[in-house]
Design a protein around this ligand. Structure first.
Ligand code: ATP
Length: 367
């Protein structure tokens, strides 16, 4: 079992210029065996939350429960959790084997044979048997990270806590390790909290993602829920690459359109009802993902003309950039085979089932 609950978790630091609210009233329930990814921009409070869960930081208020038991003030060593750090934190003078067994030798009274067997089994599972007699200085970054992971696995904890564990690896190795880690977590079935600022890791690894900004929970859901139904403009802009395009528009109910100085976007009755139900005022933000904008050869009722500024061919897709009259840059992702030249005049269209609407003031999602 490894269910974890954060109840109104808050951490305030005393800074030179007053209080810094690093974590602000987080309520999160993690299920047994779940892989949860905490993601958000630098300074959003991910690491502080993880450190509170690990017992390395004492929350200012709120509770942390493991399997229903309040562990908020329990010492880190009594929490039955294993943490994997970005810098691996291996002891340089010990071999990989000694590093992996250290926690068990010091923190438990397991017999030597059992410790030896556990290290051996884990090393085999992770394909690092050949590295066991080597010291960290003789290992590559990827190998060190495997040893660090192995060290946490041998402890057979209730929860794994991982703070950007792949960020010191090169891009290719990071991709490989991402898949390996996911497979490993599924096989072991151990509840895992994984912190990253990389939204690709969040999208691909987590059963659910927790999106934070300024210490506050923005959304918790499966990666696809957060992608398709972002709770607000922040989540919409943070999840998805390249980022969602945003434009400020005015609702003109009498004409059933969204008005922008360069185009009028016709609204269906359903969308108009959603806007009314949300009680938003007339200033909205229209959002559309680069992959959802359609480039059409000829003018249609809902298209408008733009001039292509830059085209970035990436092979499989090309990113096409243009600017609206109000200075907002738009990105459109088109199939790599599509021929569009810089300077070309094209028409673009926003399919209604793909547009997102946000309250212009609060940023809350309306559609
Ligand atoms: P990053 O991805 O850059 O590590 P993060 O999302 O993990 O960022 P935290 O490290 O949790 O963010 O920091 C959240 C906020 O708390 C930041 O404003 C940070 O400056 C502040 N903070 C963190 N630790 C301390 C500390 N010990 N004393 C004072 N302020 C702190």
């Amino acid at each position: 079992m490894g269910t974890l609950s954060l109840g109104d978790l808050t951490k305030v630091f005393q800074g030179d210029n007053g209080d810094i609210v690093a974590v602000n009233g987080l309520d999160i329930d993690v299920e047994d065996g779940e892989f949860i990814v905490f993601v958000g921009p630098s300074g959003c409070g991910k690491s502080t939350t993880l450190r509170c869960i690990a017992g390395l930081e004492l929350p200012t208020s709120g509770t942390i429960r493991l399997n229903g038991n309040d562990i908020t003030t329990k010492s880190a060593t009594d929490r039955d959790m294993a943490m994997v750090f970005q810098n691996y934190a291996l002891y340089p003078h010990m071999t990989a084997r000694e590093n992996m067994s250290f926690g068990l030798r010091m923190g438990t009274d397991l017999p030597k044979d059992e410790i030896h067997d556990r290290v051996q089994r884990t090393a085999e599972m992770m394909g690092i048997e050949d590295l066991l007699e080597k010291k960290p200085g003789e290992l590559s970054g990827g190998q060190q990270q495997r040893v660090a992971l192995g060290r946490s696995i041998v402890r057979e904890p209730e929860v794994f806590l991982m703070d950007e564990p792949l960020s010191n690896l090169d891009a290719k190795l990071r991709t490989t390790m991402r898949t390996e880690l996911q497979e490993l977590q599924r096989r072991l079935g151990v509840t895992t909290i994984y912190v990253t600022h990389d939204q690709t890791e969040a999208m691909t690894m987590g059963d659910r993602v927790v999106i934070l900004n300024d210490g506050e929970l923005q959304q918790i859901g499966t990666p696809l829920e957060c992608y398709h139904e972002p709770a607000n403009k922040f989540v919409a802009g943070f999840i998805g690459s390249p980022s969602m395009n945003f434009t400020n528009v005015q609702v003109r109910s009498e004409r059933s359109v969204l008005e922008h100085e360069q185009f009028e976007y016709p609204l269906s009755d359903d969308t108009l009802s959603l806007i009314r139900e949300a009680g938003a005022n007339d200033a909205l933000t229209l959002g559309i993902r680069p992959e959802d904008v359609r480039v059409v050869p000829e003018e249609t009722e809902s298209s408008f003309p733009v001039t292509v500024q830059v085209v970035e061919p990436l092979g499989e897709a090309s990113y096409v950039y243009f600017e609206l009259d109000d200075g907002v840059t738009y990105t459109v992702s088109v199939d790599g085979d599509t021929v569009i030249n810089e300077g070309a005049n094209v028409h673009i269209e926003f399919p209604e089932d793909k547009i997102h609407l946000f309250d212009g003031a609060s940023g809350e999602a309306i559609k």
